[in-house]
Design a protein around this ligand. Structure first.
Ligand code: OSB
Ligand code: MG
Length: 375
């Protein structure tokens, strides 16, 4: 496989609903979309960096720079047979996982298309169970203006067919919120995500969450911390789930060695790509640690890739990757991902590659800038 041409599209897409976390409010989503052409095929990928360095240090601006200067040049024209071979050419670049993952996804799309199989089937090669044809999803509910508004939102999502809820929390928006939700929904599969908003000074408060029978507490402490999470996990009954602080497979090994968490959130962008996601999936499976697939408010392109990776067997907990309408009035692919309300699932694309049809006209409508690189 030789990639002859790569295009980066920098988009700004209005979100259907504003999304507030402990690190900020998103009303529109900037992202980079990548297309890579080889032998008459076009592969697509999405770089999930945000416009601000708030969730991680990467931004659409840094990702553009890293792609243009360092990742695209060695990719263009190089000959490779399977994706891991291609990755060796940019392995020397430290960090910038989201930039790497976006380009890597386009390469996976190309290779799966060239073999005439879905990305899910390609990623599941070697697993006796194969890929699941649909995956369980939950909904991640941002910080609302009031507890009443949150209860109403949950009620609406349950009526739509979602069967698991994640609440974003931060200091001052935690115990009263979770208590109120538990009072009204005693049986609801429920979890919280702090996006690193707490420190060990608040350990007593965090431990009080134990009484609410949560599936997990996601990333309560520092974005690059493992050590204090291990101290906290020792005090908690509820599993800690690591999101921000896991940026590669080694981090997972070390975190599990010191019991810094008992569940791992895999986001291909954060860990460097689908290949690294598979490695983390495998090593967690070997250590009996369940994983699940987080979301980064992706367009249909990144969403299709997440659905594919989440179809692997150790993705044991519901994913945050919801149906299209939860994020977009207008997506940039023709397909619409629908929630199956009977079992809170979404079908994994089964056509070759990502199994989607990017819509160039809509990509152009949301375009801030684009550039093409050729051999
Ligand atoms: O921490 O999981 C997170 C969105 C942006 C940045 C970080 C996170 C999130 C979400 C959104 O929780 C989940 C989704 O895509 O629905
Ligand atoms: Mg998270």
């Amino acid at each position: 496989m030789k990639i002859e041409k790569i295009t980066i599209y920098h988009l700004d897409m209005p979100l259907a609903h504003p999304f507030k976390t402990s690190f900020g409010l998103e009303t529109s989503r900037q992202c980079l979309i990548l297309s890579a052409e080889a032998g008459g095929l076009t592969g697509w990928g999405e770089c999930v960096a945000l416009d601000l360095p708030s969730y991680s240090y990467e931004t659409v601006g840094t990702a553009w720079h890293i792609l243009e200067e360092f990742l695209i040049p060695p990719t263009l024209g190089s000959d490779w047979k399977q994706v891991p071979e291609l990755l060796e050419r940019s392995a020397w670049v430290r960090g910038h996982n989201m930039a790497k993952a976006g380009l890597q996804c386009a390469a996976w799309d190309l290779i799966a298309q060239s073999e005439g199989i879905s990305l899910a089937a390609k990623l599941a090669e070697g697993y006796p169970e194969g890929a699941a044809d649909r995956i369980k999803v939950g909904v991640s509910i941002g910080i609302q203006s009031t507890i009443e508004a949150t209860l109403k939102r949950i009620e609406d999502f349950l009526a739509e067919g979602f069967s698991r809820v994640k609440l974003k929390i931060k200091p001052g928006w935690d115990l009263d919120l979770v208590r109120a939700v538990r009072d009204v929904f005693p049986q609801l599969p429920l979890m919280v995500d702090a996006n690193s908003a707490y420190s060990m000074e608040e350990k007593d408060l965090i431990c009080q969450l134990d009484e609410f029978n949560l599936i997990m507490i996601e990333q309560p402490l520092g974005h690059d911390d493992i050590y204090q999470h291990s101290q906290l996990q020792r005090m908690l009954q509820t599993p800690v789930c690591l999101d921000e602080s896991i940026t590669n497979p080694d981090q997972v090994d070390w975190a599990l060695d010191i019991d810094a968490g008992r569940i791992i959130n895999i986001k291909p962008g954060r860990v460097g790509g689908l290949w690294e996601s598979k490695l983390i999936h495998d090593l967690c499976a070997a250590r009996n640690i369940p994983v699940w697939c987080g979301g980064m408010l992706e367009t249909g392109i990144g969403r299709a890739a997440n659905l594919a990776i989440a179809s692997l067997p150790n993705f044991k907990l519901p994913s945050d990757n919801g149906p299209t309408r939860r994020y977009w009035e207008e997506d940039i692919i023709d397909e619409v991902f629908e929630l199956n309300p009977d079992d809170s699932t979404i079908a994994v694309p089964n056509q070759p590659g990502l199994g989607i049809t990017p819509n160039i006209e809509r990509i152009k409508r949301f375009l801030i800038k684009e550039n093409t690189y050729q051999t």
